[in-house]
Design a protein around this ligand. Structure first.
Ligand SMILES: [Zn+2]
Length: 239
């Protein structure tokens, strides 16, 4: 199964009918880009039964739930998945009393788990990109030649991407947000949600970034057909 998308609860239950299916799902997502041992950083190992991974370097056996929200949940993975599903798909907040009743979990236990979920949901906003950030806009399906990436074709999907680079210019973190146009108003949310005001930001010469300069340290350079923004376009091609 691909990553679960959508808000259909029946479909959700059908795809993840029991605790085992949920664990398999976690294992798939966790190790989709290969295994890295959380104890020693080793990358060689093999998958064991029960959705665990055995590290050849240090013999550590890592569970699919280790270092996730779902580690050692007492009420079963499927219920935990359901709580997260409810919290991320419903627009109004559900109390721990209601949640506890709905999934037969003690209220205190539900409250504690829901706190963890809320914290995880907020973490991307709590730890904004803060070092050297490249920001660029693009249309899904590639840039249009000679237009510095801005398509005025209203049917094409548009997005803005922010990439945080390490000191040796490697991609550290990436955020992508779809936008309806390239106006300053549409470009602002990715800054507000994911970029620290102390970050050093590089963009192309697009005028939509101008108003943001009042708050952010933005240096605008000519984009030169994407060669200045190599890391960005490598990131963008993955979506
Ligand atoms: Zn190891």
């Amino acid at each position: 199964m691909e990553q679960f998308k959508g808000q259909d609860i029946l479909n959700f239950i059908k795809e993840l009918p029991n605790d085992d299916a949920c664990k398999a799902y976690l294992a798939k997502i966790k190790w989709q880009d290969g295994f890295t041992c959380s104890k020693c950083g080793g990358t060689k190992g093999c998958e064991k039964s029960g959705y665990n991974y055995h590290c050849y370097a240090c013999d550590h056996v890592e569970s699919a739930t280790a270092n996730t929200l779902f580690h050692k949940v007492k009420f079963g993975l499927q219920k935990a998945f359901c709580v997260v599903f409810e919290m991320s798909t419903s627009s109004k907040s559900t109390s721990s009393i209601q949640m506890g009743k709905r999934f037969s979990i003690r209220q205190g236990t539900a409250w504690y788990f829901m706190q963890k979920v809320r914290k995880a949901m907020k973490s991307s906003q709590k730890y904004p990109l803060s070092k050297l950030i490249h920001v660029d806009e693009f249309t899904v399906g590639g840039k249009e030649e000679g237009k510095q990436g801005r398509s005025y074709d209203t049917k094409k999907k548009k997005a803005v991407i922010a990439v945080e680079l390490t000191d040796n210019n490697k991609v550290k973190r990436v955020y992508i947000k779809s936008i309806k146009d390239y106006s300053a108003k549409s470009l602002t949310p990715i800054f507000e949600e994911h970029i620290s005001t102390s970050a050093k930001i590089i963009t192309d010469k697009w005028r939509g970034y101008e108003p943001l300069k009042e708050i952010y340290d933005i240096q605008q350079i000519y984009s030169n057909n994407g060669t200045n923004f190599k890391q960005l376009h490598m990131g963008a091609s993955k979506i």
